[in-house]
Design a protein around this ligand. Sequence first.
Ligand code: PMP
Ligand code: GLN
Length: 384
Amino acid sequence: GITRMRGFGTTIFSEMTALATRTGAINLGQGFPDTDGPGLMLRTAVNAIQSGQNQYAPGPGTPDLRTAIARHQGDWYGLDFDPDTEILVTAGATEAIAATLLGLCEPGDEVLCVEPYYDSYAAVIALAGAVRRPVTLRPPDYRLDTAALAASITPRTRVILINSPHNPTGAVFDRHELAEVARLCVQHDLIAVTDEVYEHIVFHGEHVPLATLPGMRDRTVTISSAGKTFSATGWKVGWICAAPDLVAAVARVKQFLTFTNAAPFQPAVAAALGLPRDYFTSLASDLRAKRDLLCQGLVAAGFDVHIPAGTYFVTADAAPLGGEDGIAFCRALPERAGVVAVPVGVFYDQEAHDVVPGASLVRFAFCKQDNVLQEAVRRLEGLR
Ligand code: PMP
Ligand code: GLN
C-alpha cells in the first residue's frame, strides 16, 4: 500500500465487530441500532424499489431529498440553503467527510481536529496529503480547549474540523465554545467543517449548528447523515450543506468517488426528514433512558463513568477494573464478560503524544433494545 496510508490498519470497528461475531458477545462496540427506523421511511424505500427507482440518482442527489434537507435546516435551525446549489447528497457522512477534505485541502494544508476523533478523519486528512493538528479533549468533562485551538493555528491552517455532539466522548459543545471556534475561523479566514451526525441525539444542553454563528454561514461545510437520526446506518445516505463555491468543490470530488448513491433510499430519507417533531424528540428521550440504564450498570460494575450529554455512546474508565490498557481490556472483555466495547485510546492521535491520553477509556454504545442492555449490564456486573 501507499506510504500515506501507513499506520492505518483495519478499523477498530471491524476488529471489534468481528470479535463479537466470533465470540457471540453482546456488541456494544460499533455504533448501530438494533431496531429499524420509522415505518414511513421503510415503506417509502420499498415502494421506490418496487416502482423502479433503481438506477443512478442525479449526481447532487434527488431534488426531493435536497429540498427536504433544506427544509429541515430551515425548520430546526433557521438556516436557509438553496437545494440546487447549496446541498449535496453523499454516501453517508463518511463520503461527505472524505470528499470535503479532499476537495478543500491542498497538500501541506493543516487541519485542526478535535481528538479523540472518528477514525476516518485522520485517514482522509492523510489521503489528502494534509497535516492534522489535534486539539485534545480530556475526561471527565471533555470541554473544548479553545486556547489550545487558538494556539494551534499557523499560516498553513486551512480547516477546523469540529464534531458536535461528539463521538466518542458524548460531549455537546456549547454556544460559548462554538462561538470561539467561529471567531477564530473569521479572524484567520478558515473553513469550518462540522460533523453533526448526532444533531438529534442530545440529552443535556442544545445542539448549536456551527453555521448559525456570526460569520459562519458561508465558511462552514455542515455534514449530517440519515444513519443515526433514522436508525439506518446501512443505507449510507449523508449530505453536506454549504455555500455554492464550497459545495461545488466537494461535488467535483464526489463525482469521481461514487458519482451517485442510494437512489431508492433518497426519497425514503426525504420522507423521514419531514416527520413531525415528535419523532425527533422521542429518538432522544428513548436514548436518554437507555443511556441511564447502561450508565447505572457501568457504575455498578465498577467503571468510572463519564455521563454523555449527547450521541449514543458513553465512555468509561476501565482502570478501576484493571483496564489500564483499554485495547487489551476490550480484546479480553468478550471472554471476561461476554460484551464488546471499543477502546477510546485509538481515537487519539497516536503520533502527537508520548503517552496517548485516554488509554484506559472504553466506549459503549447504548442504541440497543432494553433487554439487550439489561443483559449486558448483568454480565458486566460480574467483572467486579
Ligand atoms: N461521523 C461520526 C462522528 C460518526 O460517528 C459516524 C459513524 N456513525 C460517521 C461520521 C459516519 O456516518 P455514516 O455512517 O453516515 O457514513
Ligand atoms: N460511527 C459508528 C461508530 O462510531 C460506526 C463507525 C464504523 O463502523 N465505521 O461506532
